[in-house]
Design a protein around this ligand. Structure first.
Ligand SMILES: [Zn+2]
Length: 164
């Protein structure tokens, strides 16, 4: 179900496969986010519940959560099995870039904090699930996948870099 901007009506719209409008909202980031959330609610309810729980009252963070949810839905979060351990509260995932399909990022969760080797994160982003500060979409995608219990495939061969 695509989310589209209708230039004639100046509205963000969610349409079904027959191009019928299911929901519409005003132009701008608020309207776009409302329609993207509606789409998530209809098609990925667990991710919708998580996104609204984490992103409440913070539009920019919500927008990033929706992007992260779509990374999870695309099947672009992979586990790194040899590093995963519930006992020491540590996990590691590989997340495929949405803009460059040849690029994979390493996300680590270590004693309560996420880190990622993407540029967003290395520029000084810090991980606060409450929505403060800047959070990269890869770490968020890992978190949403983990919280929703979505099964993660093993990282594709060659996707792991030398980040140890
Ligand atoms: Zn990242």
């Amino acid at each position: 179900m695509p989310v589209k901007y209708n230039r004639t009506k100046k509205k963000w719209q969610l349409t079904d496969s027959n191009d019928n409008v299911i929901a519409s909202s005003n132009a701008g980031l608020i309207g776009k986010t409302e329609i993207e959330l509606k789409e998530l609610e209809l098609n990925a309810p667990t991710l919708y519940i998580l996104a609204t729980a984490f992103g409440k009252d913070n539009l920019r963070f919500m927008h990033r959560l929706i992007r992260a949810a779509n990374v999870v839905r695309a099947g672009d979060v992979y586990k790194v099995p040899e590093k995963r351990s519930a006992a020491n509260y540590r996990s590691r995932e590989v997340v495929r870039s949405q803009s460059d399909r040849d690029v994979y990022y390493n996300v680590e969760f270590n004693y309560g904090a996420y880190s990622c080797n993407c540029e967003d994160f290395e520029r000084g982003a810090t991980m606060h699930l409450e929505g403060y500060g800047q959070v990269c979409s890869h770490a968020l995608a890992s978190h949403l996948a983990y919280c929703s219990g979505i099964y993660l495939d093993d990282a594709p061969r060659g996707a792991k870099n030398d980040h140890t």
